[in-house]
Design a protein around this ligand. Structure first.
Ligand code: EPU
Length: 427
């Protein structure tokens, strides 16, 4: 079993480069199914969720060619297959984007229902509501989501909850539908704008992405494109917090500072210094950190995917901080692990109360999901002594070469293989 072994207490300094955004890539890769010509995707992050998406496309019949470490040429124009079986879909939650993409291309899709999730209940009712509004019938049959329509007709789709996934699936399914689709109460995350930009670069007609009303006028043909995926806002935010937690001084390169505004604002309240440049941010700490309150919300609010990392930072600040989770039912499972490192955190439902002690100590811990794993790395970097993190496959789903990148700014972190222990399965 692979573990990260961290010797804490090193101050992080230097510069670190952010990769392409996971949550944009896992939407844009299935979206290539809609293209009637080959596409080239650049700035594709080297993470396991991307490998799984590319593998699904390949197994469905697309030609996938790696041009260099971050660039892929994908030809899905001759694809005939609209089915993603359980064995492939279960490996990644975002496999549900293959439903929207297959709907857009074939007017039908048969994709295994996404499996359980450590973050709590993850229904897809709003995705199905969007497909139904476009004229499709949807049924769940023996674990498969079967969606089909004779014709997809543009329509008004009102999402009852602000959902990133349902917004993306509604766009994918409507981009080649007849007439105008209006998606109301849409999510506004940067990866939604990135997906719309990608599709528009192929000739789609999507307006309003990044606001809560998106208008999609159906087109019949999408030509090929060369498109570069945006930098990962959450990877950038994670390194900002790693720099702050070690009282370091780090230049974080390949970012879009606007996407980091809610994170920057909170970090400044805690006492972290941040300087923005065109495509970089410098983060440094020269005074004690102080408490704050954080509530996670859909974009442009503070992202839930940064909640475990900022909570970890607040254990190192003075005073009592309150962190409220506004999106997921079960995103405090990492707290047990942080307590093993000396954190004083109590959780009541979706609210965590953190008594900042200013210090953490190394311990053996387990990553229970992707962002929880990132938080434990930050904790390990700031702690005294050795931290060993198990189940790092969660971290590798969404962070490219995290150990290597952190070593580049002075962290003492190694990935070690411990023989004789069971090999963890992917979730
Ligand atoms: N929801 C419903 N019905 C639906 C869909 C969602 O009730 O049909 C609820 C969810 O239960 C949740 C809320 O709506 O309470 C928001 O869920 P959303 O659909 O926005 O989440 P998602 O699309 O499944 C994406 C990211 C998550 C991120 C959330 C929120 C991808 C692949 N995943 O999930 O990323 O936490 O948006 O921003 O884009 C991560 O990267 O670590 C991660 C978990």
């Amino acid at each position: 079993m692979d573990k990260f072994v961290i010797k804490g207490g090193q101050r992080l300094t230097g510069e670190i480069f952010v990769s392409g955004a996971k949550n944009a890539a896992v939407a844009i890769i299935p979206a290539v199914i809609l293209a009637d010509e080959p596409c080239i995707l650049e700035n594709v992050p080297k993470i396991s969720d991307v490998s799984i998406s590319l593998k699904i496309l390949h197994e469905m019949g697309a030609e996938v060619e790696m041009l260099n470490k971050t660039t892929f040429r994908i030809d899905a124009s001759g694809l005939k297959n609209y089915m993603v079986p359980y064995e492939m879909a279960r490996k990644m939650r975002a496999s549900y984007y293959f439903i929207g993409a297959c709907m857009g291309k074939f007017k039908k899709a048969k994709v295994s229902m996404p499996g359980g999730c450590p973050l709590g209940d993850r229904p897809i009712d709003q995705h199905l509501k969007a497909f139904s509004a476009l004229g499709a019938t949807c049924e769940i049959d023996h674990g498969m989501v079967n969606v089909s329509a004779d014709e997809l007709i543009g329509s008004q789709i009102y999402l009852d909850v602000v959902s990133v996934g349902a917004t993306i699936n509604a766009i994918l399914a409507s981009v080649k539908a007849q007439g105008l689709t209006i998606i109301e109460n849409a999510a506004k995350e940067p990866h939604i704008v990135d997906l719309a930009n990608f599709l528009n670069s192929m000739g789609a007609d999507i307006m309003g992405a990044g606001t809560d009303v998106i208008k999609v006028r159906g087109v019949s043909y999408l030509h090929g494109t060369t498109y570069s995926i945006i930098p990962d806002q959450i990877e950038a935010g994670t390194y900002m917090i790693a720099a702050a937690a070690t009282h370091g001084d780090v230049m974080i390169r390949n970012v879009i500072p606007k996407h980091l505004e809610s994170i920057t604002a909170k970090l400044e309240k805690i006492g972290v210094n941040i300087e923005e440049y065109d495509d970089s941010v410098r983060v440094w700490v020269d005074k004690p950190l102080v408490k704050t309150s954080v509530k996670t919300m859909p974009h442009p609010g503070f992202p839930t995917d940064m909640q475990p990392q900022i909570a970890t930072l607040l254990t190192l600040a003075s005073g009592t901080s309150i962190v409220t989770e506004g999106i997921w039912d079960n995103r405090f499972r990492y707290v047990e692990e942080l307590r093993r490192m000396g954190a004083d955190i109590s959780v009541d439902g979706k609210v965590a109360v953190i008594e900042g002690t200013g210090k953490l100590m190394g311990a053996p811990v387990k990553a229970c999901d992707l962002r929880a794993g990132a938080a434990l790395i930050i904790a390990g970097l700031a702690a005294t002594g050795i931290t060993e993190i198990e189940d790092i496959y969660h971290i590798e789903r969404g962070y490219e070469d995290m150990d290597e990148k952190l070593r580049g700014i002075g962290a003492d972190i190694e990935k070690k293989y411990f023989p004789g222990e069971p090999v963890a399965k992917s979730s």
